[in-house]
Design a protein around this ligand. Structure first.
Ligand SMILES: [Fe+2]
Length: 205
């Protein structure tokens, strides 16, 4: 299956709106563009590890590539804000998930749109926009959420420094009320987890 990875990566960029959307993101906010490329490519690899079909793998990779596309409608100063955000600012930021869904539905790709809408849902119901719980969150979304959180931790943000691979995995494992442990295991298997905390990884192997 991994032999097929190069071809899958080619398909990741096959949607006719890919260049326009990613180009617009690059012009708007470099960090978001970098994050989308990372999450798109890593999501496709994790999908293959998790045994998704070829078509499902491409959909998940493309969902990764566009999951934050709704941030095109948020001003760059807010995306990179270093101050403590007000409730109104959080509301604007959180709206990117539903906004991304609308943009992708307008492009006629409802399967992508559905995953993008739910990428901030969390197992305990604390996520948004719908407060979905547990298995009500689709498996593809649970995989994408883990990859998204991993890349965010590894990259650093204006408000947080980047952390090491091992620690990022351990934080995901510890946050099993938020993230699906099987999805974390798929990520760990994809990236190689030999340096991570053995005790923690034993729980997911
Ligand atoms: Fe997001």
């Amino acid at each position: 299956m991994l032999d097929d990875h190069g071809a899958v990566l080619g398909d990741l960029f096959a949607q006719p709106f890919t260049s326009a959307y990613l180009g617009a993101v690059l012009a708007h906010d470099y960090e978001t563009h970098r994050h989308l490329l990372n999450v798109g490519m890593l999501s496709a690899r994790v999908a293959q590890t998790a045994g998704l079909s070829r078509d499902e793998t491409v959909v998940l990779g493309q969902a990764g590539l566009f999951h934050d596309i709704g941030k095109l409608h948020i001003r760059r100063a807010l995306l990179n804000a270093r101050h403590t955000l007000s409730e109104a600012e959080w509301r604007i930021l959180r709206a990117h998930a539903a906004r991304g869904e609308q943009m992708l539905n307008a492009q006629g790709v409802p399967a992508l749109a559905a995953i993008v809408r739910s990428h901030h849902e969390r197992l305990d119901g604390s996520g948004y926009p719908d407060g979905l719980r547990g298995m009500a969150i689709p498996w593809e979304t649970r995989l994408l959420s883990v990859v998204d959180a991993y890349d965010a931790m590894r990259s650093g943000r204006p408000y947080a420094i980047a952390i090491a691979h091992e620690e990022a995995l351990e934080r995901l494992i510890a946050a099993d009320h938020l993230f699906d442990i099987d999805a974390v295991a798929a990520l760990a298997a994809t990236l190689g987890a030999k340096h991570a905390n053995r005790e923690a990884l034993a729980r997911i192997s």
